[in-house]
Design a protein around this ligand. Structure first.
Ligand code: ATP
Ligand code: MG
Length: 511
């Protein structure tokens, strides 16, 4: 007769037997890899029997890497961090994930790196949502035509090179010509539009980024902006993924029906980081030592900018990539690539900058291929032929410099052209709403300013715009509502401004 103890022992023994039978001893070769060698930016590893393209791996020190050149014997890994604590022989583990970044409202007002890690001494952004850094662009059938303007608050741009929501407009020019300033102005001008902005700094010096953050904060724009930074001293891998990660952060909002604006500052440095990685990955160099797919990496980034159809929420992503040219050469490799990928370009000229014509936008060399459709109709009435007039004026000016005899018509064009040019000047971040811009452009192009000395135009346009606002508020409101400017309304605006400029600046007080 068996005791209870015997029964328990037997049951225990059976369970043990079952456990042994179920256990299959395995050596997980597929997930074992080691570092072969490592350079500043790229590590060669060996061992994984299977690895997905762009899959993330973790090095022994916790640094992440992105599998890039996957080969049978060895795999080139783009290191997303410093390589000074990665050594040959170190273990590497698979993550089974691709590179992703946190997304969501928690990122607004924050300064983060491309992997969403805080750079502003704050806590990591609290969000459960993540998106892959590389995502396919929305298919054509999800896209709608660009119809809503994205006002930058900068006269020269909103009038002559208008940008629409969902458009890709390149900003290019030599160094220190005001490129960042224009893009930043566009962000600051979204104060009342509900547009969410992302500023993505790639390969810049820390001081430049600090200036941007400080301006965003000073103008109260930081809380509706995400700043993504991969500085010049960071690993080239981080600089490379920065714009893609920033775009995923914007896409999150776009998919919720929000309008977003993203600035890539700048893609010249992005291209250089990619060139460095490609050379370290031993890919064959092509023109200017850039790899063959340099066009593709920028095309697939900017393809993600779009206006979504209204039944898909109607969100949009407007992209302002920045490119630095050398010695005004816009036919270099990277600038020509970007010009062909984008829907237009704003060219800032060092020649105008040196003359003090700020913002240094060269209207003749700039173009916006889709924004014109979105421009408020009143702009067309006041600035329809601004480009044409300005081009004629610049041509005449060159001739007049030779002391040629000029007739009265030419004299008028020269007089007016100088005032139009002066009226297009605008201080950094001194952004103007649509009614003020319309009033100023109208004053300049109809001759209201012709008798004003050029150096007093800046003050005169301010007074003219104020007068227009006080005397013609309903007209200015109808402009904002999208009505064209009727001839009678135009005359009334001109009259109000002419009267305002007849009284000397402090006339009211003296009287
Ligand atoms: P970098 O090549 O260094 O990136 P950048 O082309 O981005 O330069 P910014 O940094 O925007 O140029 O501007 C260069 C300088 O010109 C800055 O000191 C800025 O304050 C000044 N600046 C730019 N635009 C204006 C303006 N409209 N009015 C006055 N100053 C301006
Ligand atoms: Mg800049």
């Amino acid at each position: 007769m068996k005791t209870v103890e015997d029964l328990l022992r037997q049951e225990y023994f059976e369970q043990f037997e079952q456990l042994v039978a179920d256990t299959r001893p395995t050596l997980d070769i597929a997930n074992l890899a080691r570092v072969l060698d490592v350079t500043n930016g790229v590590a060669q590893i060996t061992g994984f029997s299977s690895l997905g393209a762009d899959e993330l791996v973790t090095f022994a020190d916790g640094t992440l890497g992105m599998a890039s050149n996957i080969g049978a014997q060895r795999t080139g890994v783009i290191v997303l961090g410093a390589t000074d604590r990665i050594f040959p022989g170190d273990r590497v583990t698979r993550t089974g994930r691709v590179a992703e970044t946190p997304v969501g409202k928690a990122l607004l007002g924050r300064v983060v790196d491309p992997l969403g890690r805080p750079l502003d001494r704050g806590m990591p952004p609290r969000t459960d949502e993540h998106l892959p850094v590389e995502r396919p662009a929305p298919p054509i059938i999800h896209r709608a035509p660009v119809t809503t303007p994205l006002q930058t608050g900068i006269k020269a741009i909103d009038a002559a090179i208008p940008i629409g929501r969902g458009q890709r407009e390149l900003i290019l020019g030599d160094r220190q010509t005001g490129k960042t300033s224009i893009a930043l102005g566009a962000i600051l001008n979204q104060r009342d539009t509900g547009v969410i902005s992302i500023y993505c700094a790639i390969g810049q010096r820390a001081s430049g980024v600090a200036r941007v953050i400080q301006e965003l904060r000073a103008h109260g724009a930081l809380e509706r902006t995400i700043v993504v930074v991969a500085g010049g001293q960071e690993a080239p891998g981080l600089q490379f993924i920065a714009p893609y990660a920033a775009t995923s952060m914007a896409e999150y909002f776009m998919q919720q029906g929000r309008d977003t604006l993203i600035v890539y500052d700048d893609l010249t440095r992005h291209a250089r980081a990619y060139r460095e990685l490609s050379l370290l990955l031993r890919r064959p160099p092509g023109r200017e030592a850039y790899p063959g797919d340099i066009f593709h990496i920028h095309a697939r980034l900017l393809e993600r900018a779009t206006q979504l159809r209204s039944d898909l929420g109607g969100g949009s992503l407007t992209a302002l990539p920045i490119i630095e040219t050398q010695a005004r050469n816009i036919s270099d490799y990277i600038p020509t690539n970007l010009i062909s990928i984008t829907d237009g370009q704003i060219y800032v000229s060092s020649r105008l900058f040196d003359k003090g014509q700020l913002p240094a936008v060269d209207i003749g060399a700039s173009v916006s291929r889709v924004g014109g459709r979105t421009q408020l109709p009143a702009y067309r009435t006041v600035a329809g032929d601004l480009r044409l007039f300005y081009a004629q004026y610049e041509e005449l000016e060159t001739f007049a410099r030779f002391g040629t005899q000029t007739d009265t018509a030419t004299q008028t064009t020269l007089t007016r052209g100088r005032r139009v040019r002066a009226a297009l000047r605008q201080n950094e971040f001194d952004l103007l709403d649509v009614p003020s811009q319309i009033a100023i452009l109208l004053a300049a192009t109809t001759g209201v300013l012709d008798h004003i000395p050029v150096d007093q135009v800046a003050d005169a346009v301010r007074r003219a715009a104020d007068a227009a606002r006080t005397a013609c508020a309903p007209i200015l409101q109808s402009i904002l509502d999208g009505d064209p400017l009727k001839p009678l309304e135009r005359d009334r605006l001109v009259q109000a401004m002419t009267e305002a400029l007849q009284t000397p600046p402090h006339g009211k007080d003296a009287g």
